[in-house]
Design a protein around this ligand. Structure first.
Ligand SMILES: Nc1ncnc2c1ncn2[C@@H]1O[C@H](COP(=O)(O)OP(=O)(O)OP(=O)(O)O)[C@@H](O)[C@H]1O
Length: 220
């Protein structure tokens, strides 16, 4: 589903931020991506969603060489990837409900077919009472949960989450992890970037991808 072969990434001049990355993300797999602050976790996620081009090496996504994809093919591939960004990226003029429903609207689904699904997911992440609110009035943790719900709602083939529990308390973090594990069990490959050791300890079946000094170390 996703493979990197000898991928390197350098921002401007200076040493490579990521070096010789060779790994695969299998369909329906679950992995934590970890490593010290500044190790390159967000950079790696940006390479996967094709927001950055590698300085060298090959990235293959959904069976295609990422370097050869046209703009519309990149957009098509991105529709199959759910992303939880560190800065949430909610649309401020849409309500929480509308933000979460957006990926389904983009896929052309009728509202009647997804309304109850969206409401149920909002309840699960503790935003049932916030569905008509605009993102501007939400707390950091509420925004984070809305962005998680939006990434999950379309059951993407691949889910990338950058520090998805960074703004919530441990109880809610456990609940959110359960949501990711359920999604994985229903067929999504999940990659969660996190510093949170206690979160990782709650799902020992997960692979651990550890970035250090620009290189990736994999623990199955
Ligand atoms: N747009 C950019 N231009 C230049 N350097 C960048 C850019 N984005 C990130 N970097 C540098 O690349 C390195 C990796 O950053 P990145 O944000 O990927 O790390 P991270 O592991 O996600 O960190 P954190 O855990 O703190 O979020 C850092 O040294 C950072 O300063």
């Amino acid at each position: 589903m996703l493979s990197f072969e000898n991928v390197g990434l350098r921002y401007g001049v200076g040493p490579e931020t990521l070096r010789d990355l060779t790994f695969q993300i299998a369909p329906r797999s679950f992995q934590f991506l970890t490593g010290p602050s500044g190790a390159g976790k967000t950079t790696l996620m940006r390479l996967i969603i094709m927001a950055l081009k590698p300085t060298r090496g090959l990235i293959n996504i959904f069976g295609r060489d990422a370097a050869t994809l046209e703009t519309d093919e990149i957009a098509d591939a991105r529709r199959r990837i759910g992303v939880v960004f560190q800065d949430f990226r909610l649309l401020d003029h849409l309500t929480v409900y509308e933000n979460v429903a957006l990926p389904l609207r983009v896929l052309g689904r009728e509202e009647a077919s997804y309304r109850s699904e969206v409401i149920e997911l909002l309840k699960w992440v503790g935003l049932g009472e916030r569905k008509h609110s605009l993102p501007t009035v939400l707390s950091g943790g509420e925004k984070q949960r809305a962005s998680i719900a939006r990434a999950l709602i379309s059951q993407p083939k691949l889910l990338l989450a950058d520090e998805p529990t960074g703004n919530v308390d441990p109880t809610l973090a456990r609940r959110i992890l359960r949501l990711f594990v359920e999604l994985h069990k229903s067929g999504t490959a999940v990659v969660i970037a996190t510093h949170d050791l206690s979160l990782m300890d709650q799902y020992e079946a997960a692979r651990r991808l550890v970035l250090a000094d620009g290189r990736l170390h994999i623990f199955e």
